[in-house]
Design a protein around this ligand. Structure first.
Ligand code: CDP
Ligand code: CDP
Length: 219
């Protein structure tokens, strides 16, 4: 039997991975995985339980038995909607801290692979093409300049009525990118077999078309 096709979209913070992945998945009628939300939920669950964000064993145990679910674009932790809370800067920074821990990443591996189901999957994150689905049908490295990414994140937070400061957003984003790229386990990097998509001067529509045009017809 032919394997279920996967589109892997990896890239730095606020490059548009979530937005583009969701639109591509909707256009194809495929499933969608926002892998970053898993790391965000582990960070939130850890902070709530009073676990230090470098306590690998405790966080891996939390990750392995994460009482999280996804429904209608909402994220539930213990049945409570935490969709807005996991997008806070505290959870963004927390996610990139728990994400350096190999045992946490290992605990989330099968959970991510389970999303591969017919007719196809669009998955986004940092290590989708390198670790989670190295045999992906199409690999995209989605990026944009740090300034435009910070502006996008700022606009996004404003629209949600959340507090934001442009200067600290840009700084957090650059620190997080550096941590994601420098870590020994599953670092963010453009793979030799990934197609570069730099959206610094592109809108969402153009980015979505770019990906759809590259989905192999015979998959
Ligand atoms: O998932 P990731 O953090 O990479 O980015 P996102 O949450 O999808 O946020 C990207 C934001 O930038 C969204 O508000 C998009 O509407 C906007 N945007 C984009 O995604 N792509 C562009 N080419 C231009 C703007
Ligand atoms: O939306 P944004 O791109 O800012 O972040 P995200 O994709 O929700 O991921 C939050 C953090 O989780 C990242 O800074 C990474 O440290 C981590 N992450 C990861 O290590 N591997 C993934 N596949 C996805 C996220």
């Amino acid at each position: 039997a032919r394997t279920v096709p996967v589109i892997a979209i990896d890239g730095p913070s606020a490059s548009g991975k979530g937005t583009v992945a969701a639109r591509v998945a909707a256009a194809l009628g495929w499933h969608c995985l926002d892998s970053g939300s898993l790391y965000r939920i582990v960070a939130l669950a850890g902070m709530r339980a009073g676990v230090a964000l470098d306590d690998e064993a405790a966080l891996a145990a939390l990750a392995a038995a994460l009482p999280a679910s996804f429904a209608d674009g909402r994220v539930l932790l213990d049945g409570v909607d935490v969709s807005a809370e996991i997008r806070s800067e505290a959870c963004s920074v927390g996610a990139s801290k728990v994400a350096v821990l190999p045992a946490v990443r290992a605990a989330l591996l099968d959970r991510q692979r389970d999303y591969r189901a017919a007719p196809g999957l669009v998955a986004e994150g940092r290590d989708i093409g390198s670790v989670i689905f190295p045999d992906a049908t199409l690999k995209i490295f989605l990026t944009a300049s740090a300034e435009s990414r910070a502006q996008r994140r700022y606009k996004q937070l404003m629209e949600k009525g959340m507090a934001a400061n442009m200067e600290s957003l840009l700084q957090d984003l650059q620190e997080r990118d550096a941590r994601d790229a420098a870590r020994p386990v599953a670092p963010l990097k453009q793979l030799p077999d990934a197609v570069l998509l730099d959206t610094t001067t592109m809108d969402v529509e153009q980015a979505v078309s770019f990906v759809l045009e590259r989905v192999p017809a015979d998959r």
